[in-house]
Design a protein around this ligand. Structure first.
Ligand code: DX5
Ligand code: ZN
Length: 220
């Protein structure tokens, strides 16, 4: 299992040692939640923080932009060291614009992801299955860490897995929100390839929490 700890929940009073622990934890990715205070009622970090993390962490920078203007914000993070940029289908309700933004991100050698909020049918992703490198299923309403996992995410992951297999898409399924040992297992059994975890990792022993999730096997 690929594990992508969300630095939204990092203890910023102790940033340097938290990042050093994260680097040593066995996590492959770092999940970087960008929020603009409009698409979600929270405001987080800009490109300079990602550039700083780029200098002190070799982990794959998995940037999740929860913003009203993904075309503009993606452009900013293309130049800030992102390895993956995932934006929300709900923020760009136009098939051509969504495909064009994916192509723009990929033209810079960066992987493109598309995310849906819990209330958006997974079938909305049907026309993009071969235009993205990953799909991000939100298992909480985006905006804050520490929320409770929404159990219907299990069936949504299975539904997406089936769609990808039928379309011969090699895109990954990433799940984000309320992930811990139990909910992570449910997601792995449903077919998730990548697990995002914020509070479960940074509110506990970082290495132990990451190892627990890393050992989960994604069912194919
Ligand atoms: C929520 C963010 C998630 C969040 C996960 O809007 O997209 O990545 O940080 O935090 P936990 O794992 O605590 O639910
Ligand atoms: Zn996220």
């Amino acid at each position: 299992m690929i594990v992508s700890p969300s630095v939204l929940s990092l203890n910023y009073a102790d940033t340097k040692s938290q990042i050093e622990e994260l680097n040593a934890s066995g996590a492959q990715w770092m999940h970087f939640d960008v929020m603009d205070g409009h698409f979600v009622k929270n405001l987080t970090f800009g490109p300079d923080i990602l550039k700083a993390f780029e200098r002190i962490s070799p982990l794959t920078k998995d940037v999740h932009i929860m913003v009203d203007d993904p075309q503009m914000i993606a452009g900013i993070f293309i130049d800030a060291g992102a390895d993956i940029i995932t934006f929300h289908e709900e923020a760009l309700p136009d098939e051509k614009k969504i495909k064009d933004l994916s192509a723009k991100i990929r033209s810079h050698g960066i992987k493109a992801g598309l995310s849906v909020k819990p209330g958006t049918p997974v079938t909305e992703l049907g026309r993009y299955l071969n235009d993205f490198d990953l799909f991000l299923i939100m298992s909480v309403e985006p905006g804050f860490g520490g929320q409770k996992f929404m159990t219907e995410a299990g069936t949504r992951i299975q539904q997406l897995k089936k769609m990808l297999q039928e379309d011969h898409s090699s895109a990954l399924i990433e799940v984000d929100g309320g992930i811990n040992a139990e909910t992570g297992k449910l997601c792995a059994q449903a077919g998730a390839d990548v697990l995002v975890a914020g509070s479960y990792v940074f509110k506990n022993d970082i290495r132990k929490a990451v190892q627990t999730l890393c050992q989960l096997q994604s069912s194919h």
